[in-house]
Design a protein around this ligand. Structure first.
Ligand SMILES: [Zn+2]
Length: 104
């Protein structure tokens, strides 16, 4: 019985970490539950989805992810931003430093 409690706590910890990073709590709860300890570690090292590029809504100034097509604050339609250049060479892209990720 104690083993189940431990698994639940691992699931909760993995889910909580994933939720903080913008992931799915339920998905990571299952991962942490099925893979105790490793699930939590995986959640800790996974890509932080909160670092996705952001932009400001031109209508109300709300900050939304670039892939959102509708402003979550005012409901304005948002066109997908044009790429800044047409260079197809993606391999030379410099890593984006934190704080410089806003496209607009
Ligand atoms: Zn808006």
């Amino acid at each position: 019985m104690e083993f189940i409690v431990i698994l639940v706590f691992f699931g909760l910890s993995a889910g909580a970490v994933a939720k903080l990073k913008g992931g799915s709590f339920f998905l990571w709860f299952l991962i942490g539950f099925g893979l105790p300890f490793f699930g939590t570690v995986a959640a800790l090292v996974m890509r932080n989805e909160r670092t996705t590029p952001l932009r400001d809504c031109p209508a109300c100034g709300n900050v939304v992810p670039v892939y959102d097509q509708v402003c979550t604050s005012c409901g304005a339609d948002l066109a997908f931003p044009e790429p800044e250049d047409e260079d197809d060479d993606d391999e030379d892209q410099a890593p984006v430093a934190p704080g410089q990720e806003r496209l607009f």
